[in-house]
Design a protein around this ligand. Structure first.
Ligand code: AHR
Length: 306
């Protein structure tokens, strides 16, 4: 690694059309589908060849997927790393192979691979800020008094780590807000439902749920209802992603708020590649502008959600 870290970033010639890889982590929720559709639509619009791989929720498979793209000598790689640590190694392998790589959506371990030094840029949301905004909304809504169950995302993933930290740092100033349980629901509806079914039994005192994505909040709702709770009435829920179903749940009163995490990366990712090839200076981080949806704006913004 040490030798590679001294090397310059791989160059990319200007071409009319590129052959690029997009290494997706899994395809198990509307957010992932929206991200893939956005990448595919943009590739189609530009007439580029997009080689798509799906790691099916396995960091090991995703490592193999990136290696296969390196072996195929593609022009560039777009990687959405399932977990921070295991994927950092292949980012370095792409650099050594002279293939420019863009990390999109989730981050890699930056003690191993750094944007602007080892890969071109990180393009995505500020997950820490998402967690902070969810906490801020909860404090405002509950007057700073709540017993919270937190449903965390995939262990070792940058959104789970940073959404947890952003939330925890913010509530530190509010002793009336306590996280009584925090467990991973792996960003899926099914696991969110199972985890909540068990946590609600051990923590009947809970008054709020913070889910790291909408899917887990949708899983939590039926488990809370089965335990006799009334989401939106005797328990408040806040989540992240801001998909259409979440906005509808806000309108219906079951979900309190959802912080947007915009999955429509295609245009931005491909434009950044073109800018890089053209020799423009690329910021090491291109952070998306995300909104917050609650009852004040959900109806008006429903049609703009994914
Ligand atoms: O990395 C972004 C997160 O991953 C989204 O919040 C989630 O829905 C997805 O699976």
């Amino acid at each position: 690694l040490a030798a590679a870290q001294g090397d310059a970033l791989p160059k990319l010639p200007v071409k009319a059309k590129y052959r690029v890889c997009f290494n997706q982590s899994e395809m198990d929720n509307p957010w992932r589908f929206a991200l893939t559709a956005s990448m595919e639509d943009e590739a189609k619009r530009l007439g580029w060849t997009l080689i798509f791989t799906n790691a099916n929720g396995s960091a090991k498979k995703q490592v193999a997927d990136v290696r296969s793209c390196i072996a195929q000598r593609v022009d560039a790689i777009f990687l959405t790393p399932r977990e921070k640590k295991p994927l950092a190694t292949v980012v370095m392998e792409a650099k050594r192979a002279g293939i420019p790589l863009f990390v999109i959506d989730r981050g890699v371990d930056e003690t191993v691979a750094k944007p602007g030094r080892d890969f071109i840029s990180f393009i995505g949301s500020d997950f820490y800020e998402e967690g902070r905004r969810a906490a801020e909304w909860l404090v405002k809504t509950t007057g700073g008094k709540a017993k919270v169950i937190e449903l965390q995302g995939t262990e070792g993933s940058s959104p789970a780590l940073n959404r947890q930290k952003g939330f925890a740092d913010y509530i530190r100033k509010y002793p009336g807000i306590q996280v009584v349980a925090s467990k991973s629901g792996n960003f899926t509806r099914e696991e969110g439902q199972k985890v909540m079914a068990s946590l609600i039994k051990s923590h009947p005192e809970v008054t709020a749920v913070y889910a790291h994505n909408d899917e887990m909040a949708f899983g939590a709702i039926p488990s809370l209802e089965a335990a006799g709770r009334k989401p939106g009435k005797d328990i408040v829920l806040v989540s992240i992603d801001g998909n259409k179903e979440a906005l509808q749940a806000i309108i219906d009163g079951k979900l309190g708020a959802s912080v947007e995490c915009n999955p429509r990366f295609g245009p931005k990712a491909f434009q950044t590649l073109k800018d890089y090839a053209a020799g423009k200076k690329i910021p090491t981080r291109l952070v998306n502008d995300d909104r917050l949806f609650d009852k004040t704006n959900a109806k008006a913004l429903l049609s703009s959600a994914f």
